[in-house]
Ligand binder design. Sequence first.
Ligand SMILES: Nc1ncnc2c1ncn2[C@@H]1O[C@H](COP(=O)(O)OP(=O)(O)O)[C@@H](O)[C@H]1O
Ligand SMILES: [Mg+2]
Length: 171
Amino acid sequence: MSVPSTAPPCRDTATPGTRPPLHDGGDYRDVVGLAALPTSIPLVRAFARAKLSAWGLDADHGWDCQQVLSELVTNAFDVTGELLPDDLVALDELAVILIQLRISAKHLIVEVRDSGAGRPQIPDTGLNDEGGRGLRLATMLAGAWGWYPVTTPKQGKVVWASWALDRKAAS
Ligand SMILES: Nc1ncnc2c1ncn2[C@@H]1O[C@H](COP(=O)(O)OP(=O)(O)O)[C@@H](O)[C@H]1O
Ligand SMILES: [Mg+2]
């Protein structure tokens, strides 16, 4: 995933191309790639829970992060995934979703990369409507969110969410 360059404002409809906050050093970072299968959603929650707790993040941020991550990975699965029985999935056709977690003294940032088409956009629907809840939840639970297209090594996008933190830098 590319290195972010500008700090975005917080808003409901993310402008394409907005990047997460600047890397401010002294941080922890980890990446996991998961197949675009429904079972990857609980796996990514477990990954985030284990990593964020090992990095000493407080429980509230950890919980919010898991919720938002679930929504972003569900969306990535929706645009790339297969709903086939396991034994019918062709391994070489299975899309992969890449998830990056970063934490520093000032920020927690999650990024979910997929190779699907379309753009993340909160639909113009009411709170009680079926669709559009995932990104709305992200606007409520995260400090900011956005997405940017990627072209190498494959077309796709990174959808991200960030939280401002106030903690001691990692040594
Ligand atoms: N990673 C993504 N790639 C392409 N389109 C996306 C992605 N994430 C979200 N979207 C678009 O944004 C819409 C709103 O997403 P969301 O708020 O999670 O609601 P829902 O998934 O229920 O439709 C989706 O319906 C989809 O059209
Ligand atoms: Mg969704």
